[in-house]
Design a protein around this ligand. Structure first.
Ligand code: GLV
Ligand code: MN
Ligand code: MN
Ligand code: MN
Length: 400
């Protein structure tokens, strides 16, 4: 199938008919359909399919006569999405990978090492809360015991859900054998801001970023009969926290977002007993991100105390700055005859794998700068330029 045909095949999967974007959470029906699509595309090309012990998928091209033990060049991305996500974040890298391999084959390229296409599980962390879970497990960036215990919105554990999909939860975790077969990883991704004016660019770094959970506990009570003076309303401390996040971000040159909140019990006529809220903060340096979170916590604590409410803070994930491998980046940029190099505020599996293997990223222009939203978009010509760039890079890295 051509790039356009693959794109058309994936487009309806997990899309809200009312225009609310994609919902492809790991190991739910739409994501499983995307995985089935991946396996079909791989088998249709006679690629060797591998599923690792952490639920990540790989399709390997072993050209005739290749030394199978040579370290391979891996590309790929992810097929899961955020709630209400766009079509490009993740799938563009996977579809482009197949299309780039097709181009190499059509042109008679003779790689002297394997080329792999990877699909990493739970990149968005939309179901179990920790982004890049599959690549973190593979590379040893998360304790397997902690991963086993992560739960989804229905209270089901990662261990339980993974087991339903053929993964032995007792064996999840770092896979040195597989890592040892990966010489380098190059992920193509739609750019997620408006930082790229050319059709294709390369990544320099990913800024420090993390997720923090705030739990506000108060006292549930009647909305009509409880006097204001008698209330312990956790919503008030939560509201303060949201405003504090914005002002701390402005002061520290970071970004801070509260995009998810759970209110218990969630009745119009009930003072909540509990509010859980998630803060996402990112910035150019670790210290400003830490200061942002500390100040939000302090503001929440002060407000909570004023209302007889408690607040607890837990760090769910934190990723240090990632500077992509300089030699690999230079080689990629050179192979492409010079493209812009830019940092990003978005997390990627490439950022996690960077701790274990040389890693680079290619970005495809995003004309509106919108991402993690239904209107995320890239021009078809730019996507095809991305495919050509990826084919060029794979050819450069895998052929001699
Ligand atoms: C993942 O896409 C993230 O950067 O949040
Ligand atoms: Mn994303
Ligand atoms: Mn992504
Ligand atoms: Mn991401």
């Amino acid at each position: 199938m051509s790039f356009e045909e693959m794109w058309a095949a994936l487009l309806p999967v997990g899309r809200d008919p009312e225009g609310g974007g994609y919902r492809r959470f790991v190991w739910t029906a739409p994501e499983l359909e995307c995985r089935a699509w991946f396996l079909d595309e791989a088998r249709g090309r006679d690629l060797e399919v591998e599923r690792d012990r952490n639920g990540n998928l790989f399709a390997w091209w072993y050209p005739d006569g290749v030394d199978r033990s040579a370290k391979g060049v891996l590309t790929g991305s992810h097929l899961d999405s955020v709630p209400g996500g766009g079509a490009f974040d993740g799938p563009l890298g996977v579809v482009s990978a197949f299309a780039a391999v097709d181009r190499l084959r059509e042109r008679g390229a003779r790689p002297d090492r394997p080329i792999g296409i990877g699909v990493f599980a739970e990149e968005e962390g939309a179901r179990f809360g920790v982004a890049c879970l599959g690549s973190r497990l593979l590379s040893g960036a998360i304790d397997p015991a902690r991963a086993r215990g992560l739960t989804d919105a229905d209270g089901r554990s990662f261990a339980e859900v993974a087991a339903e999909h053929g993964i032995d939860p007792d064996t999840i975790g770092p896979d040195e054998e597989l890592l040892g077969r990966i010489g380098c990883y190059v992920e193509l991704h739609v750019e997620q801001g408006r930082a790229l004016a050319d059709p294709v660019g390369a990544a320099s770094s990913i800024v420090p970023h993390g997720r923090w959970r705030f739990d506000f506990a108060g006292e549930g009570n009647h909305a009509g009969t409880t006097r204001l003076a008698d209330r312990h309303d956790p919503m008030l401390a939560f509201a303060w926290m949201v405003l504090a996040a914005r002002s701390a971000a402005e002061r520290h040159g970071t970004v801070a977002t509260v995009g998810k909140v759970d209110v218990t019990p969630g009745g119009v006529n009930a003072i909540p007993s509990h509010v859980a809220a998630w803060l996402d903060s990112r910035g150019p340096f670790e210290d400003v991100v830490r200061r942002t979170v500390a100040e939000v916590h302090e503001a929440a604590r002060a407000r909570a105390a004023a209302h007889g409410v408690t607040v607890e803070l837990a760090e769910e994930s934190y990723t240090e700055v990632v500077d992509f491998n300089l030699d690999l980046r230079d080689r990629v940029v050179k192979a492409l005859g010079g493209v812009p190099v830019l940092p990003t505020g978005a997390g990627h599996d490439a950022g996690i794998l960077a701790a274990r293997v040389p890693t680079a990223m290619l970005f495809v222009r995003n004309p509106t700068g919108v991402s993690h939203a239904p209107s995320e978009y890239a021009e078809e010509d730019d996507c095809l330029a991305g495919v050509e760039a990826l084919a060029t890079v794979l050819n450069d890295l895998a052929c001699g």
